[in-house]
Design a protein around this ligand. Structure first.
Ligand code: EAX
Length: 370
């Protein structure tokens, strides 16, 4: 029912001309129509019960030849949305408004898995997601799911921007998912409602939501927690209703989702770093005239420093806000957490399906050591 309401709302928006180029050309009608089907195919979020609302409409003039739609799982104020909006602004500048990008946050167009599939199905043109849910599509990104792989943000960025980082980013182009830039989500920390997490044992028996990723679930199981995979759109309600006790995310996600309203404790475990590839549908990209393809690649690349700066800033301002709102923050020693999760390296760095390629792992280590 919710889905139908959203589809109708989307259709109404389309008719009201909120989407650029509504009916003005075959290309834009195609992508506008796509937004309707993306909406009807996937969202389970609370936002879906109201109506879809774009963070920006760079397409306001209605003259776009190519009106692209981007979905994300995060609130409008999160750096994913801010970065995608920046790409849209740059695209409009570079193409004189011929190519536009409307950004829909809050899982309005579906979960991260829906959005990745949406690129393949052509129901959404762009997205940015954590790498973890890509585990359902490819093994290439799994190296980033090894706990405590990166010591700091600078090292993570060095790897993402390196040759092996770019190879991973571009690795699923032939599956309909073309990587165009590396945004980021950042270091993940544990929040919960039961007790402060200072050592792995404190996680014993705690029901924690993880992303849909076997290695993440394994990491929390091995630490004694009880992990449940869940899409982002269902998380706030699950925490509020107490069906789960805990979740883990970077500060900007915690703060923009207002998880502090339903979580008392924040433990700065930094157990994983989530990179965020910016994707465009391969088919859609290939159908663009060459000059617009160049504009997409340039706009995406140029938005990267801005997006990372937003992450840096929100890591500081978000933490202040969480503390001001009464969250109790701990800075545990990472060593005991590293020790407990270390066996995952042997378990997962192997040839085979669902495993981290030893070659890729070694190349990542080489870049880190440079
Ligand atoms: O990618 O699902 C998650 O916890 C992610 O960190 C979030 O949606 C952004």
């Amino acid at each position: 029912m919710k889905k139908r309401v959203l589809a109708i709302a989307m259709a109404t928006l389309l008719c009201a001309g909120v989407f650029a180029g509504c009916g003005s050309s075959s290309n834009s009608s195609a992508s506008s129509g796509s937004a309707t089907s993306a909406a009807s195919s996937g969202s389970t979020s609370a936002a879906a019960s109201t109506s879809a609302e774009a963070t920006t409409s760079t397409a306001a003039t209605g003259d776009a030849e190519y009106a692209m739609v981007c979905g994300t799982s995060v609130p409008d104020a999160h750096p994913y949305c801010l970065g995608m909006v920046r790409i849209g602004e740059l695209l409009v500048e570079k193409t004189d408004g011929a190519v536009t990008l409307d950004v829909f946050g809050n899982s309005q167009l579906g979960s991260e898995r829906d959005l990745i599939e949406g690129l393949q199905l052509g129901t959404v043109q762009m997205t940015t997601v954590s790498t973890a849910p890509l585990a359902g599509f490819t093994d290439m990104f799994l190296v980033f799911d090894l706990p405590f792989l990166f010591p700091d943000t600078e090292t993570a960025r060095k790897v993402l921007d390196s040759e092996v980082g770019m190879e991973i980013l571009h690795s699923i182009e032939d599956q309909g998912i073309k990587g165009v830039a590396w945004f980021e989500n950042g270091f993940r920390n544990v929040t919960n409602n039961v007790r402060q997490i200072n050592v792995p044992d404190d996680l014993k028996g705690i029901k924690i939501r993880t992303m849909e990723n076997q290695m993440h679930m394994d990491a929390f199981s091995i630490m004694g927690a009880d992990p449940t995979p869940m899409a982002m759109g269902d998380l706030f309600t699950a925490l509020q209703q107490g069906t789960i006790d805990a979740e883990e995310n970077p500060i900007p996600i915690i703060e923009t989702n207002k998880f502090q309203e339903v979580q008392d404790y924040l433990s700065m475990t930094g157990h994983l770093f989530s990179p965020a590839p910016v994707f465009i549908s391969t088919d859609y990209f290939n159908a663009l005239p060459e000059e617009y393809q160049t504009a997409v690649l340039e706009a995406s690349e140029e938005a990267v420093p801005y997006q990372r700066q937003q992450i840096d800033e929100q890591n500081v301002s978000g933490l202040e806000a969480l503390q001001a709102d009464g969250m109790e923050v701990a800075y545990p020693d990472q060593e005991p957490f590293k020790e407990v999760t270390a066996p995952l390296y042997d378990k997962y760095i192997q040839e085979g399906a669902g495993m981290v390629s030893p070659d890729i792992y070694q190349r990542v280590l080489d870049v880190m050591a440079e």
